[in-house]
Design a protein around this ligand. Structure first.
Ligand code: NAD
Length: 362
């Protein structure tokens, strides 16, 4: 059928030895950027996303428009649709799966715990089952999260640090994802790379994240709520610019190594890797706000309140030596420069008055 032909065409690399990648969550923030970057260097890309309404679906549709302008096929489908996944894997031989689809956010879990189980646990297993049955089995690179470090008091966080104190259901499902992918690695020989992203930000970013919602409120003249720890210490995050994360994802795909099939008996064990992808310089939330004020040329109305104990950790800080050594990962954009690019995009997309949105111009 013409759909089958579209899948095969979009999955075909345009360069010799190019990759053929299924990108899940391709209508999302990180997924859309990675899809475009892979396509740009000549790799084949097929996207999958269920376009859920966790945040502004028009932003997801706008990212889809950008992908389709680059002839990247983005399929509207759910990770749990096992028939769709087997059909995809039987139509074409993906060399890699870049799995970025998930229910993100820590506070949303209080009202919507089931959506974390649906996407981050059941959806992950459904995808891994499809990968397991594919022949040859593609290598899997997937997004874990810095949140697995939970209430870690050691800083910076290294991959070998303890991850047994998740502070939210979101963090617990990412930690579970690491155990589940590890099991598929050692039982079925899947090549697995888990990436612990640290607070990713940038153009086409996620409206539920603080830098984004602060920008919207500051421009609208509305007060913003800044959380502070019980001890009066400011919260801090190791903000990482989207282009740095994209480079880390592509380097992970390029070095993923092959799946070896059940038990990896023929050619030794399949690789199981975990990397921090962060920026190594935590910035406090008040500093984040002052950088936004500078770029927006508007003073924020601030409300400072004690952090409710429902999922946020006080700080994150990545040790990235492993990714530097094995992926040649080296973040190159600081928060000041990255937020400048975000603000420029935000104003071109939504306008300075957020109610009158020009919602088609990415
Ligand atoms: P995002 O919400 O923008 O993208 C995720 C996409 O997955 C969305 O478009 C959503 O519609 C889709 N999706 C969700 N459930 C699905 C399902 N069951 N089937 C098909 N599609 C589904 O989030 P993002 O910021 O781009 O994050 C990408 C990945 O990185 C996620 O796994 C997230 O948990 C992880 N991560 C992100 C950050 C960050 O700061 N952005 C930090 C750590 C980890």
């Amino acid at each position: 059928s013409s759909w089958d032909r579209q899948v095969r065409a979009s999955a075909s690399p345009r360069r010799p030895h190019g990759l053929s990648v299924l990108v899940t969550g391709a209508a999302g923030f990180v997924g859309s950027h990675c899809s475009l970057a892979l396509h740009k260097r000549g790799d084949g890309v097929v996207g999958l996303d269920n376009f859920n309404s966790y945040y502004d679906p028009s932003l997801k549709r706008a990212r889809q428009t950008l992908l389709s302008r680059n002839s990247i096929l983005l399929i509207d489908g759910d990770l749990n649709d096992h028939r769709l996944l087997s059909k995809l894997f039987s139509l074409t031989h993906f060399s890699h799966v870049l799995h970025l689809a998930a229910q993100a956010g820590v506070r949303y879990a209080i009202e919507n715990p089931a959506s974390y189980v649906h996407s981050n646990i059941a959806g992950l297993v459904s995808l891994l089952e499809a990968v397991k049955s594919a022949d040859p089995q593609p290598a899997v690179v997937w997004a874990s999260s810095s949140s697995v470090y939970g209430l870690n008091d050691k800083s910076p966080f290294s991959e070998s640090d303890r991850t047994d104190r998740p502070a939210s259901l979101y963090a617990a499902t990412k930690k579970a994802g690491e155990e589940i992918t590890h099991t598929y690695n050692h039982i079925y020989g899947l090549s697995i790379t888990g990436l612990r992203f640290f607070t990713v930000y940038g153009p086409m970013g996620r409206p539920d994240m603080a830098y984004f919602s602060f920008t919207k409120s500051i421009l609208a003249g509305k007060p913003i709520t800044i959380y502070r720890g019980k001890d009066g210490v400011d919260l801090a995050r190791d903000f990482t610019y989207i282009d740095d994360i994209v480079r880390g994802c592509l380097a992970s795909l390029d070095t993923a190594g092959k799946s070896t099939g059940s038990g990896g008996k023929k050619s030794g064990p399949a690789p199981y890797r975990i990397f921090n992808l962060g920026n190594t310089s935590p910035i406090t939330v008040p500093t984040l706000v002052s950088i936004l004020e500078k770029h927006l040329k508007v003073k924020a109305k601030k409300k400072i309140v004690e952090m409710p104990g429902n999922g946020d950790v006080p700080f994150t800080h990545a040790n990235i030596s492993l990714a530097m050594a094995e992926l040649r990962y080296k973040p190159s954009t600081n928060l000041e420069a990255g937020l400048k690019k975000f603000v420029k995009w935000y104003i071109s997309f939504y306008g300075r008055s957020s109610r009158v949105g020009r919602k088609t111009n990415l």
